[in-house]
Design a protein around this ligand. Structure first.
Ligand code: SF4
Length: 387
């Protein structure tokens, strides 16, 4: 079999490897940004702070001859692909929020809202993937208090606070979102509200109604989780999963997308955890590449037993503390889902709004500890690999 000659982009953000269809050219995207910049009809709708960020984006892309690549905004292939889903009028806003997502964590900059919000419709999962915290019985035991589904009322409250303030969101965290009994009205409620809404699913519960709900809701990127493209490897990792069911469900999703939503700008990705040498992206690409736009591996982190791991010696600050915040099904806010038992939680959305939680004193203390190379004193940061 001929080796796929398309480029593999290494180590972007949390990606271990990602392969794109490469339908969108970087040069064309830069030309498009240049022409939108000249029009200037977007700026009256932007705050002064966001205008400054947009100018910085353009400066980094077109005007800067700085050798400091670290803090410089640039376009990687994933971003180019996301830009292709934006209208010209949304493009400046998208770039502002992309800058907040990429560069704010590097500069340790905070504004009123997290650049990225992850909302958890359900902490319950029907799978027991071998690298996942869902294998920890002290977490999944019904009596533990960690298991549950978000109510539609709470979901709407969070979406109302996020809309207009946060543009990058995911509906996913510790559990499988499609288990949530209100996932269809939740998806309906997101329609037209966000520039970059992502949904992660193991695709096992993806029936026709849910496919329509995703495609007619506000989702821009749908990520199907799979770590292999052949059995028995697939179900060795995704315990309780069956590859033939997942393939059928993703094929049905794509058929519905093509027939009922042919012009909808949505990105599809199959993403797995790079856990062992038995996995390789070429095998993934052969099967999944024909079905979705992107195929990727993310880096493994010891999610399944992080609290019992020895300190790993990392002392660099965790970028997630300036990038994203999670809200669990019961309203609890948390800086990450590595800390799946919420030992680092800042409080609940039932008591404080998103902005207050993001700027809370608990969060600030955690950030200071990281800046001062004291993450080794925090469990589970001491054993976590996110930097
Ligand atoms: S456990 Fe700590 S270091 Fe790891 S992602 Fe969470 S906040 Fe960051």
């Amino acid at each position: 079999m001929k080796k796929d000659s398309r480029p593999v982009y290494q180590k972007q953000n949390s990606f271990f490897e990602i392969r794109h269809k490469d339908n969108n050219s970087l040069a064309e995207t830069l030309e498009r940004i240049k022409s939108v910049r000249k029009r200037d009809d977007f700026s009256e709708k932007m705050s002064q702070a966001h205008k400054q960020i947009f100018n910085q984006v353009c400066n980094d892309l077109f005007d800067s001859d700085s050798k400091d690549q670290f803090n410089q905004f640039s376009l990687n292939p994933s971003v180019v692909e996301e830009i292709a889903t934006c209208s010209d009028s949304d493009l400046p806003r998208y770039l502002v929020h992309r800058y907040r997502y990429e560069i704010f964590p590097q500069l340790k900059t905070l504004d009123e809202y997290p650049p990225y919000l992850q909302i958890e419709p359900s902490s319950i999962c029907n799978f027991r993937c071998i690298f996942c915290f869902e294998t920890d019985p002290t977490f999944t035991d019904k009596a533990s208090g960690f298991m549950g589904q978000m109510t539609l009322e709470l979901f709407k409250k969070i979406i109302d606070q996020a809309a207009g303030n946060i543009e990058f969101l995911s509906l996913a965290s510790r559990g499988e979102p499609m288990i949530c009994k209100d996932i269809v009205p939740m998806l309906e409620y997101t329609r037209g509200k966000f520039l970059n809404l992502k949904l992660n699913t193991n695709a096992s519960l993806l029936d026709e109604e849910k496919c329509h709900a995703i495609l007619s809701g506000g989702v821009k990127t749908i990520v199907f989780s799979a770590d292999a493209a052949e059995e028995p490897l697939y179900s060795k990792f995704r315990v309780n999963g069956k590859l033939s069911v997942i393939l059928d469900n993703i094929e049905r999703f794509q058929k519905i997308r093509q027939t009922s939503y042919p012009d909808l700008p949505v990105i599809t990705r199959v993403s797995g955890v790079k856990f062992s040498d038995e996995q390789d992206l070429d095998s993934m690409q052969k099967v999944w590449g024909g079905l979705v736009d992107q195929v990727a591996f993310v880096k493994y982190n010891p999610w399944e037993n992080v609290y019992n791991q020895p300190a790993n010696g990392l002392d660099k600050a965790c970028s997630d503390l300036w990038r994203r915040m999670f809200v669990w099904w019961d309203g609890k806010a948390n800086p990450c889902d590595v800390d799946y038992k919420s030992t680092l939680s800042q409080g609940s959305i039932k008591e404080f709004d998103l902005s207050k939680l993001w700027r809370s004193s608990n969060y600030e203390t955690l950030r200071s500890d990281h800046i001062e190379s004291k993450r080794k004193n925090r469990n589970p940061c001491s054993a976590c690999t996110v930097v």
